[in-house]
Design a protein around this ligand. Structure first.
Ligand code: DX5
Ligand code: ZN
Length: 219
């Protein structure tokens, strides 16, 4: 059974409470928090996503799935650990070397939080194989990071198939999260490829009945 992580990046200003409570009622499996610093990607959602995370913590027990699209990974880890997330995922491309990647992985785990590693569409999956035994989730970007409402890049399907095959052959028990452009048209091939956590923002937030769209994506 796949899980749904709803991205609240495009939550309409002024309707946040209604949206967050609606998603809680609709039993999204996670709230997906897209943290952007205006450096790793163009948009800056840093403070807004920090506020949203802190607020959701107060009104809901559902887990936070933090997606850091930032250059200063360590600083963002420290900031968002305070919102007691279920998992913090950072981008492989934001760090210069393998030691720094392992340092951030260990730092997140030492702070009793699960850890994910994300890769952009142009990064080959082989580049992060060596980290898979140490993380809980691999986030495969199925759009260029930076904004919601984009069209899924179909080339990413093969990447999901490949990592699924690799973790199966090597008995590595991690989640594969697909993120970007997921909706009722694209969800089947993403699930078939092997992703077991699906991030959807636009497809869910634009629906007027959150639970039916979430159930349809999961079915
Ligand atoms: C893009 C974000 C995604 C995006 C998903 O940089 O990481 O989580 O908000 O939104 P949709 O589902 O609209 O592509
Ligand atoms: Zn995301």
């Amino acid at each position: 059974m796949v899980e749904i992580s709803t991205s609240i990046l495009s939550a309409e200003q002024g309707k946040e409470t209604e949206i967050f409570l609606g998603l809680e009622k609709a039993k999204t499996d996670y709230f997906h928090i897209d943290v952007m610093d205006g450096k790793f990607v163009e948009k800056d959602t840093y403070n807004k996503m920090f506020e949203y995370s802190s607020y959701i913590k107060r009104i809901s027990n559902l887990p936070l799935d933090i997606h850091l699209m930032v250059k200063d990974v360590k600083q963002a880890i420290n900031d968002f650990l305070s919102t007691e997330p279920n998992i913090i995922t950072f981008h492989y491309e934001a760090l210069k070397n393998k030691e720094d990647v392992m340092d951030c992985i260990n730092y997140i785990k030492q702070n009793n939080c699960r850890v994910g590693l994300a890769i952009k569409p142009n990064t080959s999956i082989e580049e992060i194989y060596e980290f898979l035994p140490y993380i809980h989730m691999c986030l495969i970007m199925t759009v260029e990071p930076g904004k919601g409402g984009q069209t899924l890049l179909h080339d990413m399907i093969d990447k999901i198939i490949k990592i699924k095959q690799y973790i199966t052959e090597n008995e590595i028990d991690i989640d594969i999260e697909a993120d970007g452009g997921i909706n009722l048209r694209t969800v089947e091939e993403i699930k078939k490829a092997g992703a077991n956590i699906l991030v959807a923002g636009t497809a869910i937030l634009k629906a007027n009945d959150y639970s039916s769209i979430i159930n349809e994506l999961k079915a």
